[in-house]
Structures are given as C-alpha cells and as structure tokens.
Unconditional design. Structure first.
Ligand code: SAH
Length: 465
C-alpha cells in the first residue's frame, strides 16, 4: 500500500488548501492524498514540509505562503503560532463565525443524520479580544539565562512561551506578571521545577469580574512559606485598586492539576463578586465559572428564550455547575431543580441562590443519569429540561429518562457539536424534534464551538415561544 502514497516525510511540496479541519487546521490534497497543515487556510497556496505520514493522510508544516487566502489576516498576537492557544487568529473574524456555524451543520448532518433544523448564524462578539475572565500562567526558569519565565505552555509540551501580553486575557494580567517577576527576582524566589519537585512558584492564576471590575490573584506554591510576603502583597495591590482578593494556593503534588486543595487568604476577601445579567455570583479560586462573561449572557438569554417560560413551569437544569443557568431561569419559572456531580459546585450554587434571595431552586449532588431516572420513578415531572453537559455529551440513560418523563421542551447547551448531534439523533428516535440551533461564539480565535439547541416533543413540532 505504502507505494501509492505520493508524499514522503521531510520532503517539500506546493499545495492548495481547500477546507478546514475541526481543530482549525488547513486541509488540502497532494495528488489526491489528504494533508493536514496547521495554520494554513482555505484559499492559501503554500509550501509545505511533510512531517508525518499515515496510510490515508499526512501532516505537514507550513513553510511559506505562496499566495494567501483573501480571508487571511495578520494575527493580533506575535506569539500566535508558538503558543497554540488560539488556532484561528489568522482567519478574519466573520470567517471564524462562518466556520463554526458550518461545523455545527456538518455534525448534525453527518453524525446526527438530521434534517430540517434551522442553524442560525453564529453570534460573535463586537470586540473579540480580551474576553477571558480567568488566566492561569505557568511560572518557570529559562535554562540558559536563568531568568524567570511566565507565559503559556507550547502546544503539547511544558516548555514555557513568554508573551508580553495575551490578547484574549484582561490587560491587568500584564502588570501582575511584571510584579510577580520583580518580586521573585528581588527575593530570590525560585520557580517550581517539575523534574526535581523543587522551587516555590508554580502558577499565577487570576480572575476578573467583568461587571464589577473586582480582581482575584492566586499564587500557586509548592510549599507554605512565602519569602517577603508583605512585599508580594504590596506589589500585587499596586497593580490596581480593584484587586480585592490575594490568595495563596498550596499544591505540593507532582501533578498537572494547577490548584491544590488548600487556599490561604493573604490579603482581602476569599472570593470576588460578578454578575451575569442581574444574577450575582460569588467566585472563589476553585469555583467553575464561565470564562467569557459577555457571551455567557448572550448564550443564557438564548436558552431562556428557547425555554419560553411563563412562570408556571418546573425546570430541570442538569449539569448545573454553580447554578448559573438555574438562577438565571429561576425568576421566570415556578421552580428550578439543579443537578451537578461536583459537591463543592452545589455548595456554591446554594450560596449563590441565597445571596440573590432566590428561593424557588433546589439543588442535588450526583450524576444526572442517576438522579433523573430516580426522580422519574418517584413521579417527578419537569416541563422544561436544560442540559449543559461536558464535551462527552449526555448519558443515554439520562436522555431516555427525559423522554419517558414526556418533557415538552429540552434546551441543550453544547460545547461539542459532535456529541450534540449524537444526542439529538437519540432523542429524535424517541419522539423529539430538534427545531433550531444557535451557535454563540464563546471562545473567539479558538476552534471551540458552543451552541444552544431547542428540542420539542414531536406533537409540538412548532416554535411555541
Ligand atoms: N451549566 C453550568 C456548568 C456547565 S459545565 C454553567 O453554565 O456554568 C458542565 C458541568 O457538568 C460541570 O460542572 C461538571 O462538573 C458537570 N458534570 C459532569 N458530569 C456530570 C454528570 N454525569 N452529572 C451531573 N453533572 C455532571
């Protein structure tokens, strides 16, 4: 077979890119043989070096752009190729949105074999930059110069790439990193070394409440003692009057997990406040909180619109995290029942209900696929179910219980169109019809695609909003 492969490893070729893969890589053909080329775009003619050859496809490295695609733009970040955090910065933003819509359509057709679903244009951001409210930067030391490095890991490695600024993060991070480096230098503080397990500073982790401006800074340390702690606090506070919380997180384990179990407040509060819509959230270092608050509000408003609540409904919010969607819907529903597998998140959810004076919500800890069948057997019924599962989608046991409950409407929030398509197929085979999908761009410049889908029971196959 191998003799039919027209490309060879380490050889150079010219080729046209005709489409894009799901990770944002360019796809083209050399003598009818598929080649994936990261950072290449449909419409580019390129020079490529083949780096990996498989039986039915190959991977290439972009060497030169012979003639660029008309949709190619200068990436805002000079480190874009090295960092790998943003896969699409070289693609004009309107085209990024088209690509994400197409990804949803392709998955619905290919995996779900679904037809007649309206897929709307993706809702993008008017300013698709500096949108993230959470940053976690690894801290290391350059082997040659012995300088402290703070930045991002290069793709698939633990080599730190330094950047002056990250264009999808809040600008305050630049100042915080500068102060951290200075404090480490002043006090001879070593960065943590993964190989030896020695050194103190592992990560600097920040959160910003976009509505309130409040800033949290978490220093993740391998050990408890912080040399010249007062100076660290002063230097971090000097970055902004909005710094409200400085925390030490202790992580002494040899692990890739960033945060350890223990948090110590070094200065200020143990949490910060933010709002989505008019719902208030208390955010601590460990809390799960959506990273793009502006688009989260757009997404939840769409979910609310699809739920079409009149005030008489019982709503299940499954995979509810810290209760963000539950609380968002509670004011419009008779009752909301949230289910989430992480006990700490449910603690946060209950706390969040309290600080918002919302008392028509109930939260359960556990797997949705265990709790919902049980509630069904006990005779519980929901009028509307919202699901917001992780990438792997919903368990069939759960979808089956929802179908048996004869829930009228399902609002499916998905961060993975392929599992959404699979789950929609499962539901269509049990008497449901997916009506429309609204992609919302939660992660501009990356290939991640988020959407919300309205599904109704077949005999209600119309939009009753
Ligand atoms: N709806 C929330 C969180 C969505 S993220 C928000 O918008 O903020 C998905 C959540 O599902 C995570 O909090 C994760 O802990 C939870 N989860 C994962 N598997 C689960 C399961 N089997 N049952 C219930 N929750 C689960």
């Amino acid at each position: 077979m191998t003799k039919n492969i027209p490309v060879k490893k380490n050889e150079y070729y010219e080729m046209d890119i005709h489409s894009m893969g799901h990770e944002g890589e360019g796809v083209g053909r050399i003598e009818n043989f598929t080649v994936f080329v990261p950072h290449a775009l449909p419409g580019d003619r390129i020079k490529v070096k083949i780096v990996k050859v498989k039986s039915s496809y190959a991977y290439g490295k972009l060497i030169d752009i012979i003639s660029p695609s008309e949709n190619r733009v200068n990436p805002m970040c000079p480190m874009h190729v090295k960092c790998g955090g943003c896969q699409l910065q070289h693609l004009a933003y309107p085209e990024q949105l088209k690509l994400k819509k197409q990804k949803v359509i392709d998955n619905l057709e290919r995996i779900g074999k679904l037809e007649n679903i309206v897929v709307h244009d993706a809702i993008g951001m008017s300013r698709p930059e500096r949108y993230r409210n959470k940053a976690q930067f690894p801290v290391g030391t350059d082997e040659a110069t012995k300088q402290i490095q703070v930045g991002f890991y290069a793709p698939k490695s633990h080599r730190i790439i330094e950047t002056d600024t990250c264009y999808i993060q809040h600008k305050i991070n630049d100042k915080i990193i500068t102060q951290l480096k200075l404090w480490m230098k002043n006090n001879n503080v070593a960065s943590y070394d993964e190989n030896t397990g020695k050194g103190l500073v592992r990560h600097i982790f920040t959160r910003v409440g976009f509505k309130t401006g409040e800033i949290m800074v978490v220093l993740v340390t391998n050990g408890t003692h912080i040399p010249n702690k007062e100076q660290f606090i002063d230097m971090i506070r000097s970055t902004s009057a909005d710094v409200k919380s400085i925390i030490q997180n202790i992580n002494t384990k040899a692990t890739n997990v960033i945060l350890g179990q223990e948090n110590r407040v070094l200065w200020g509060s143990d949490s910060i406040i933010d709002y989505i819509g008019d719902v208030k959230f208390n955010i601590s270092p460990m809390s799960f909180y959506q990273v793009n608050p502006v688009q989260t509000e757009v997404l939840y408003n769409k979910a609310l619109e699809y739920a079409g609540l009149k005030g008489t409904e019982t709503v299940f919010d499954l995979y509810c995290g810290i209760g963000t969607i539950s609380l968002f819907l509670a004011k419009k529903a008779k009752k909301v029942v949230g289910v989430e597998i992480v006990p700490e998140a449910i603690e946060d959810a209950k706390q969040n209900a309290k600080i918002n004076n919302i008392d028509n919500v109930e939260f359960y800890v556990g797997a949705a696929e265990e709790i919902i069948p049980r509630l069904y057997k006990q005779g519980y019924k929901a009028d509307v179910v919202v699901v917001d599962p992780p990438r792997k989608g919903c368990d069939e046991v759960l979808l089956d219980a929802i179908a048996k409950m004869q829930v009228e409407k399902i609002v499916y929030v998905s961060c993975n169109p392929s599992t959404l398509a699979r789950d929609l197929r499962f539901l269509e085979d049990r008497g449901y019809k997916a009506i429309e999908v609204q992609p919302v761009d939660m992660f501009p410049h990356t290939s991640h695609t988020e959407c919300v889908c309205l599904i109704v029971r077949n005999d209600k196959g119309f939009r009753d909003l």
